[in-house]
Design a protein around this ligand. Structure first.
Ligand code: MD6
Ligand code: FE
Length: 207
């Protein structure tokens, strides 16, 4: 039963080891063209513990001065983001059940101590579109809360090859990564192994 809550679908091991390795090679090429960067929190300027980059026509960035937003260009190089690999578009077509293609794929790279605080993904203009996530590498403890910050949360383990879709009534639920379980689950595929412990990709429709 992939539906873990209304509109939230968890597909354990959706990608097999060969598909994970092939995807990792594509993401390594994205990172070679669009280097990982550290975003900072709006107002405080505190650095996030996750390093990130994007592919697609738009990418998610954040800094102290201008806050969370989508931009067509990499904040460091000033170049347009690399194209979204076809295998990510195929995955979207298979799992998102949405009539428009994703515009952004945010690549989040976690080392063993990185986390992602509880958040809603609300910097997009289109909340009708689902968000599709794919995980590679170490297991993590993922929390899925409610639509208000204080709501109770369910915990799940996201493992290498897992897909997660937040759609419909789950689209605006708070969620975050409590911690990486660095010695549990699979190592990152070779193409990404030097970068950290876990990589998560989130595909989004923005406009
Ligand atoms: C992560 N994921 O798994 C962070 N957002 O590292 C997310 O923030 C996320 O998994 C929206 C939909 C699915 C997700
Ligand atoms: Fe998110």
């Amino acid at each position: 039963m992939p539906e873990i809550a209304p509109g939230a679908f968890h597909y354990p091991s959706f990608l097999d080891a060969a598909a994970q390795a092939a995807l990792a090679e594509e993401i390594a090429k994205v990172i070679a063209a669009a280097p990982l960067y550290v975003s900072t929190m709006p107002k405080t300027g505190a650095p996030m513990s996750v390093r990130m980059t994007n592919c697609g026509t738009l990418g998610w960035v954040s800094d102290k001065e201008r806050g969370y937003r989508y931009e067509p260009r990499h904040p460091g190089t000033g170049n347009r983001w690399p194209a979204m690999p076809q295998r990510l578009l195929d995955l979207w077509n298979e799992l998102a059940h949405y009539h428009k293609l994703p515009e952004a794929c945010l690549v989040n790279v976690y080392d063993a101590t990185a986390r992602m605080g509880l958040h809603q993904d609300k910097d997009e203009s289109d909340f009708d579109a689902p968000i599709l996530s794919v995980s590679l590498g170490a297991d993590c403890r993922f929390k899925l809360g409610g639509t208000r910050r204080g709501d109770g949360a369910i915990a799940l383990t996201l493992s290498s090859g897992d897909a997660l879709v937040l759609s419909g009534p789950a689209r605006m639920r708070y969620h975050g990564v409590d911690r990486i379980l660095p010695t549990m689950g699979a190592p990152l595929p070779p193409a990404l192994a030097a970068l950290g412990a876990r990589v998560n990709l989130t595909l989004r429709r923005v406009t």
